[in-house]
Each structure stands twice: as C-alpha cells, then as structure tokens.
Design a protein around this ligand. Sequence first.
Ligand code: NAD
Length: 440
Amino acid sequence: MSDPYFRIANSALGRAALRRLSLPIPVPLRRYRPGEPLTDGPVLLLNAADDLAEVVHSLGVDVHTRTPPNGCAAVVLDARGVRSSRELDVVPRLLSPIMRSLRPHARVVTAGLPPNTAATTSAAVAQRALEGSTRSLGRELRDGATSNLVQIEPGAEHDAQSALRFLLSGRSAYVSGQVVRVTAAPEPPAPIDWDRPLDSTVALVTGAANGIGASIARVLSRDGAQVVCVDTPAQNDALRDVAASIGGHPLSVDLTDSDAADRIAAHLRQAHDGVDVVVHNAGITRDKTLVRMDADRWSSVLDVNLTATERLTEAVLADGLLREGGAIVATSSINGIAGNRGQTNYAASKAGVIGLVDALAASLRDSGRRINAVAPGFIETRLTARMPAFTREVARRLNSLGQGGQPIDVAETVAWLAAPATAGVNGQTIRVCGQALLGA
Ligand code: NAD
C-alpha cells in the first residue's frame, strides 16, 4: 500500500524540508534477505560474562569489545550481573559513549535475567528496571535502529542463541522495545541449519490467502516447512495461488463451520501424519462503538478470531496430532493489549488469544510443545487499507520507527517463534509494532 509521507521523507527535497520542520523521517528498514550476513557490520560486546560471549561468538559475527573505528552495526550489553539499582549505571556508563557510533539500522540488545530468577529482591528490582531503559532507548534511536531486552534464565544461555540471532538480524526489522524471556528448553538443542530451521516440518497456516497469512506461508516454506494453507471458500483462487507458489497444499475451510477443526485435523492426520507448526492467523474486524454494537458484529468477530482458534487448538492437541517439539503461534494485536475505540469485539477476541497462550503454556511445556503469540501493530494490508485515510496516516506514524510494518515483519517473527531452535521461548506475546505508542 502506498505511504505518501514515507515517499516524501525518502526523496532528497522532501527529507530536507521535513528536517527543517523537525518532523520524523522514517527510513527503509533493513530486512532479512537469504544469504546476507546476520548483521551488516561489527557487533560490540559489552561487559559480557564468558557464557554469553561464547554464545555471541558462535553466531559467526564480527565481535569487538571496543568500538570499531567505522562504528558498530549492533551492540550486546550483558546486564545479567546487575544486582542493585546502583549498579544500573552500567547502562549509561557503557552505552552512552557508543550511541554516536551506531550505524543506521543498528540493533541494541541488552541481556538480563528474568526478575523472578534473581537471587535477591534488589537484584529482581534492578533486572525489572532494565525493561524501562531498554524501551526508552528504543524511542530515542533513529534510522531504523531497534532496542530489545532478552531475559535469560540461568542455565538457558545456549537456548538464547535463537533469540539473539533474531533480534540482531534483519528478521526483526519491526520489533523494538520488546522483552523476550528465554528459559532452558526441555531437550538440548539439536544441530540447527539456520538457513532452513523448519526443514522436514509440516506447518498449518490459517487465513493464508491474503496479507499477513500469505506472507507467513511463504516465509515458513522458505525456511523449509511443507505448508498447508487454509482459508474460506470465498478466497479459493487466492488460496490456490499462494499454495501453488510455495508447493503447499490449499485447504478450503470456513473456520466458523462447526466441523472445521475436525476436517483440518483429519487432513493433517491422513496427508501428513501430524503437524509441527500451527499458525492461527485468520482474523476479521467489524468495528462499531459499543453503543452501536449489534449481536452479529460481536459474535462474528469472536467466532473467527477466538472461538475458532480455541477449537482448532483443541483439535491439534488431541491424540498428539501436534508432534512433540511442535509449536503453536497465535495472532493477537496491540489493540488486544491497549484496547481501541470501536473495537470492543476485536480487542476482546485478541486479548482472549493472549489468554489462550497464558492458559496453555505450562501444560504444553510439560509435554514438550510450546505456544506463543504475535501482537502486530499497524501492518500494511487490506485490513488497514480500509481505515479512514486520516486515521490510517496517524496510526502509521505513532511508533518509534515512524512507519507501518509489512506482512513479512510479522511472518519473520512467527517463523522465529515456530522454529525448533526457539524451544526456550514459551507463553509469550511478542509485539511486532515498531514500538507503537499504543499499549506501551
Ligand atoms: P486480511 O484480511 O488481509 O487476511 C485475513 C485472512 O483471514 C483472509 O484471507 C480471510 O479470508 C481469512 N479469514 C477470515 N475469516 C476466515 C474464516 N472464517 N475461515 C478461514 N479464513 C478466514 O488481514 P491481515 O491484515 O492479513 O490480518 C491477519 C491477522 O493479523 C488477523 O488475525 C488480524 O486480526 C491480525 N492483525 C492485523 C493487523 C494489521 O495491521 N493488518 C494488526 C494486528 C493484528
């Protein structure tokens, strides 16, 4: 979808004019392209204990412990040792001096501890405080740079590799101001092909005919999965095109049909003998303020976005259809976190999706499976194209990156959460919103 402000900001004359007016200048983001190096330059490693240094070195990036002369493309600050509010000064002491040497699209990743694993109350307080500095730094960075916090449970350092790779790479272009918690995975990580982390897996994607779902199907296929693409019969042509473009299987099902979950489960069992990745992406909006909200608007949104998600989850969890090591990724929304005028139905459904993740994470972990959610912000699809022009323009700008995200940004995050190498991440909702102001 065209974004006129973005185009003006990226023309020579337009950029000069916006600078004079002190208006934000969104830049094209660095997005992952197969074959490209993980970072586009040196990584500065600060304060790192040996275990984290070993993990960062294993990423195959060019690691420095002093600022390289041409600046750095990424910074990893190990703040896991911060035990009190006084020791939090490690943040300004180590990060302030290097701020001016960050290259465009830089990644700043702070490593901390989950506060509940800290040894003392003051350490827990200090570790929680790092969330505030990380998020504020995200708001200060410019030129497509991001800031995120990885809380690594003691003993889970090797499981943090997947999160670090994601957050340092172009795959996380629209993810900023996030906290990712990594716990020790039940099984030690098997050797991983980082270019095809989903090799030999079967993935199901709902709502795969358009927008974010089509992009998820393509990215999962790029990463090695065989993809079953589900959408409504009304979208048959688009569904067939997406499935054909990735050698996937189109499955035409309206998720609100009473036998939808059983039909999908039967297909997965008969054609694939199970499934490794289930992505609940299908979703609709039917906006009206509560005073005008009729029963049909309410139930149609709840039916597709939440009830169908619950039913399909139940069906894939029955009889081990979701294989051991398998992952579910559900789609929430930042409006499910913050609420939004005219969306009591939609926000209820999307908050319910987070509730499903919260409710199932522990029991799935016990059975060697995982569930997480993504919460997209403003993503350029036909859903957002339907917004009134002024509202759309405002919504696009209200985030630290000053632009709407692309479907691929959500798809990359889903693929990362789905990958077996991300086994240490469970029960979380990761926002893909360019650090939107909403619900922050
Ligand atoms: P979209 O309208 O382009 O795609 C949604 C897909 O879901 C469509 O192909 C549609 O046919 C399918 N679908 C709807 N009802 C279905 C049903 N009953 N059975 C089977 N398939 C059905 O929308 P999108 O922008 O790509 O959104 C994808 C998901 O991301 C949705 O869950 C949406 O709520 C969520 N989301 C989007 C944004 C955004 O800014 N675009 C923001 C937050 C969350």
